[in-house]
Design a protein around this ligand. Structure first.
Ligand code: URA
Length: 254
């Protein structure tokens, strides 16, 4: 039998409300368990069996996996632990490390932007597998002014020597700063090789000044300051699952 959890915790874990707000909902008589109103705060439910409703709307059981969207700041290494004790992205999740979270793919230490962090191994594997061609969008500031021919090369494939030719991509110039001799490019990739953006740009003779991942699949870091993270919403998780051919989001009762 699955472990019983307090009703207010169940509602909070399911993303309905904070624990305190969930307690208020229970107190107000808005919550039903198996068709019966429950107003007792200590009531416990079995997530694998009990049917919970708020205002007569069924509550989807909480997930037993965890999914976060982090706006990675510069200066953090994308790894679970670092032998040299440098700051890692997992340090930003202090207090949640018991959950065996890990980053999905990697961003360089000096790269900032969207990074998923989860404990869902299968989803992470698929999201980073080139077979699924998950879209990653980068804003890269380079020295100099890439030409139309350079953009064609970035899109059509750049020979990375040891890594072969890159897969088809998209590239456009966002802005040019003639005074500072800089161009801001948007590069959209569908694979994820090590240091790929930097290697593509330097292969064409453009030094990279800074790099930011502005989106991963359909997820952006909008509203998140560097270093901040948020849990993914259930509909975002479901969408990621279907993007990589997984149909069932795992919850406590599946
Ligand atoms: N490409 C790079 O060169 N670095 C990153 O961090 C991500 C993509």
């Amino acid at each position: 039998m699955a472990a019983l959890v307090k009703l207010q915790k169940y509602l909070a874990d399911a993303g309905i409300a904070s624990r305190r707000a969930a307690e208020k909902m229970i107190d107000e008589g808005r919550v039903k368990v198996n068709g019966v109103f429950v107003k007792k705060l200590g009531a416990r439910v079995d997530p694998s069996r009990d049917r919970v409703e708020v205002d007569n709307n069924p509550v989807q059981p909480p997930l037993n996996r965890h999914y976060y969207l982090l706006n990675k700041p510069k200066g953090y290494i994308t790894t679970v632990s670092d032998p040299f004790n440098r700051p890692t992205v997992m340090d930003l999740f202090a207090g949640r490390s018991k959950r065996r979270l890990f980053p999905v793919g990697r961003l360089d230490r000096d790269t900032e932007g969207v990074l998923l962090v989860t404990d869902d191994g299968e989803l992470a594997y698929r999201l980073t597998h080139p077979r699924y061609k998950v879209e990653k969008k980068y804003h890269v500031l380079v020295r100099g002014y890439p030409t139309a021919k350079d953009l064609d090369r970035l899109c059509g494939g750049v020979d990375l020597q040891d890594g072969g030719i890159t897969a088809p991509a998209k590239a456009r110039i966002i802005s040019v700063n003639k005074e500072k001799d800089l161009s801001l490019l948007e590069l959209t990739l569908y694979e994820g090789r090590k240091r790929q953006v930097k290697r593509m740009c330097t292969a064409l003779g453009y030094g990279v000044v800074s790099l930011k991942r502005v989106s991963f699949a359909f997820l952006s870091a909008k509203g998140l300051k560097p270093g901040a993270f948020r849990p993914l919403e259930r509909k975002e998780i479901t969408r990621l699952y279907s993007l990589v051919g997984m149909n069932n989001v795992t919850s406590n009762n599946r």
